[in-house]
Design a protein around this ligand. Sequence first.
Ligand code: KG4
Ligand code: ZN
Length: 331
Amino acid sequence: MKDILILGIESSCDETSVAIVKNGREVLSNVINSQIKIHEEYGGVVPEIASRCHTEVINGVMKEALKEAKVSLDDIDAIAVTQGPGLVGALLVGVSYAKGLSYVTKKPLISVNHIEGHIAGNYITHKDLKPPFLCLIISGGHTHLVRVKDYTEFEILGKTRDDAIGEAFDKVARVVGLGYPGGPKVDNLAKEGKENIKLPEAHFDGYDFSFSGIKTAVINLNHKDPNINKADLCASFEKAVTDMLLENVEKAVDNFNEDKIVIAGGVSRNSYIRNAFDNFAKKKNINVYYPEPILCTDNAAMIAAAGYNNFKNGEIAELNLNAVPNLKIGE
Ligand code: KG4
Ligand code: ZN
């Protein structure tokens, strides 16, 4: 069978990335231009600055991706791009660029849902991973529990009713003075702390999540006692959010008899969460999968991998494709 090369483009938030992926599983290149250093100064992503940065670097990132993969545009079978969800101005840069590229090269255009991209990152890390499985997507913008029934078939079981889990990590980091992006910093400091501070956990009958209550509790505790032990606060925060994640995942594993859990998104880098899910999987005698660290946070290889699945499914986009900032999974 002929190899299929997908060029993937990602610009939904603060990473401009272009990747070339073979047969949906093998990364030939995955160039990521992160704007973290630029947004750090403001304590978070500034949408207007993000769009401008994407515009400035996207062409260079694309050229570098082709060069690293040692291929030319002629060798590419299709162009996959993140259509949403994300920041509209940021998404528009990638979508417009992809449409232009598709028009000039006459290669098919494929639209990719960013969250489905996060899921697909796991197909790269785990060459034998196949649906069906249960997937928990935990990132800066999203917290979803999804049944992946097939490569392009998804059923959302639950999602956050307010903040995404990564947002809560970033906020906690900010209030305890760790800076942006906070997730990795909370992860490190928590290792020195004890889980001895009681924090509120949200529980629902179904599979939804909520992280605004715990976020506010951490802000208030820190405000009331500025000398509170920051490491203990981080460790207690990690334990509480992990309990909430595990509770819903366990419900779904039991109700649907799932034997594979796949974790995806930036927060899946977290060492406490990984350790807790490893233990949970052992206890339940099921398998748990995570992407390699570079494929957890935003990158275009995961977009190309998801694009490959859409391409195989005959899902070709029109050249009037538009960015959709609140695109739902499975749309
Ligand atoms: O998937 P991603 O790059 O962006 C979205 O699609 O939203 O995720 C970024 C998020 C940020 O909130 C960041 O703080 C968090 O992932 N993150 C972590 C860790 N590494 C990144 N959170 C907790 N522990 C980590 N080690
Ligand atoms: Zn993401």
